[in-house]
Design a protein around this ligand. Structure first.
Ligand code: ZN
Length: 278
């Protein structure tokens, strides 16, 4: 009997679809690329990398950059393949055709330099998502060019930075991104993000945050775009040690697994001859 245990990370979704429709044996006959071929999910952690260079607090919290603890955590997780860190100051802003082609999922953290990301590079990220790359957008990435392009709305929100408590409640306990989490994650000191968050209605809502000051926020949102998936996860202000928190890192990992490419790899959208004789 073929079991889900034999299915490599990143292809569970495909396995489920096919086993539901045709029985598990059919899975062996299905060719899938990248993550599903057994090498693990290839992740690019894209980090703006500006605060770390000009803010002592941030440099102290993240001496090797904000992407580093995320990448280090991911490298130890099951089902994750090569993890690279890309930064704005690198060649092609860390967003070359080659980098994007070799990423099954990209995580994105940006804040003060959204405008420095070229429109060409932002369009390239957007296109890769439409082609199937997963995108996990973190915290202030809500105003990044790739995210706002993919959402089509303003993506603005309320904010306040007084280091208040946040409770991130799981509102979809059966969702794969909630796998292994408690009912809520508590962060003692965070920046507040409050509604209204100007996004299209999420296809799936996994987390809602409550803040000590009284606001609430949709802090874990999923969308499908073309053949790709986008997960937005709120925590991550640069002057708090958010990416050293194991539960936050676990959500990012779960989000990457959810967003990894799976499903139908070839789709025809054009004039189409009838399959039956008509
Ligand atoms: Zn922030």
């Amino acid at each position: 009997m073929f079991s889900a245990r034999h299915v490599e990370a990143g292809s569970e979704c495909l396995y489920n679809i096919i086993s539901q429709q045709y029985g598990a044996e059919k899975y062996r006959l299905t060719k899938v690329k990248g993550a599903a071929m057994g090498k693990g999910i290839r992740v690019t952690v894209w980090n703006e990398g500006v605060h770390e260079k000009n803010n002592d607090i941030v440099r102290k919290l993240y001496p090797k950059g904000m992407g580093y603890p995320i990448a280090q955590y991911l490298r130890k997780q099951e089902g994750i393949g090569p993890v690279r860190i890309s930064e704005l100051d690198q060649k092609d802003q860390g967003l070359s055709e080659r980098v994007l082609k070799n990423a099954d999922v990209m995580t994105w953290w940006g804040h003060v330099a959204h405008d420095r990301v070229t429109d060409e590079n932002a369009a390239r990220v957007q296109q890769r998502v439409l082609e199937g790359m997963g995108l996990v957008v973190l915290h202030s990435g809500h105003l990044s060019k790739p995210f706002t392009r993919l959402m089509g709305t303003g993506c603005m929100l309320k904010w306040r930075e007084i280091g208040e408590r946040e409770r991130i409640w799981v509102v979809d306990p059966a969702h794969p991104i909630a796998d292994g989490l408690p009912e809520y994650i508590e962060l003692e000191h965070t920046e507040m993000y409050g509604e209204h968050f100007d996004i299209p209605q999420p296809d799936q809502l996994v987390f809602i945050s409550w803040f000590q000051g009284g606001e609430v926020f949709r802090s874990g949102c999923c969308w499908h775009r073309g053949r790709g998936k986008v997960f937005y996860f709120r925590p991550g202000h640069e002057t708090f040690p958010i990416y050293h928190n194991e539960q936050v890192l676990k959500v990012i990992y779960n989000g990457i697994r959810w967003a990894a490419p799976c499903g139908v790899t070839k789709i025809v959208r054009d004039h189409f001859p009838p399959i039956e004789s008509v």
